[in-house]
Ligand binder design. Sequence first.
Ligand code: GRF
Length: 266
Amino acid sequence: MEKSRIGVLISGSGSNLQAIIDACEAKRINGEVVFVGSDRPDVFGLERAEKHKIPKFVVNYAERLKKLEGINAYILRRDHAPKDYDWDDVLRKQGVTLGAILDEGKSVKRAIIEAELLAEMNKFGYDLLVLAGFMRILSPYFIDKVNINQWNYRIMNIHPAILPAFPGTDGYGDTWRYGCKVAGCTVHFVDYGEDTGPIIGQQTFAVQEGETIEDIKTRGLELEWKLYSECIQLFAEDRLRVIERDIGNGRVKKIVWIAPPDKAEA
Ligand code: GRF
């Protein structure tokens, strides 16, 4: 099987990025990292990319947002939004809430910057986009351009909690604050919600009496490095299938079925 081409987006230290690079080099992942993109300059993850001679780029979100500050939603849509940006479509996919409607300007700005991000990414062919501590929400506008269709997800994320518990930015902190006796991490495909996409893999550990948030983070991160590489390898082996599960009351949920190795071609 051909090597998977993996694009990685980061916002920080990039220890997960490093684990993925190492796993590719050690052939634990049948793949190669073809680009590293960051929403911030001067993050250590970019130095890691450079060290391994992996092409890198920055789409400086903070700087771009500053430039668009004070421009109203109508002008943003008329003069700045990507030609194929469709506010109604984004709203429908995100769920029409009052907050979302009032946030039109924010949504357009996000799409404007995402169009730049896509343009950078598209300079490299890639099979899988891996979010490794990328701290920006990706909108339906972006997601639809990366996923092949609703059954072929191509964006993976790692989350520092046992989803669906504790979505958001501080999974290990929330785990500690709630006094959970078990902590862990989750790798999932990215859908339109915040940390709601189909779960690919999870790892857990028992929280010991007296452990701090920092202790949980340290232990969790070590599990993340291993788990992420394993899940990416499942993708590289073409063993991840998104299927629907009936969850009652006429509702269905998309979940991941992991094909056994011998069924990989199924
Ligand atoms: C990880 O804890 C990950 O779960 C979260 O952000 C952190 C990134 O760490 N999304 P690093 O940049 O990979 O070291």
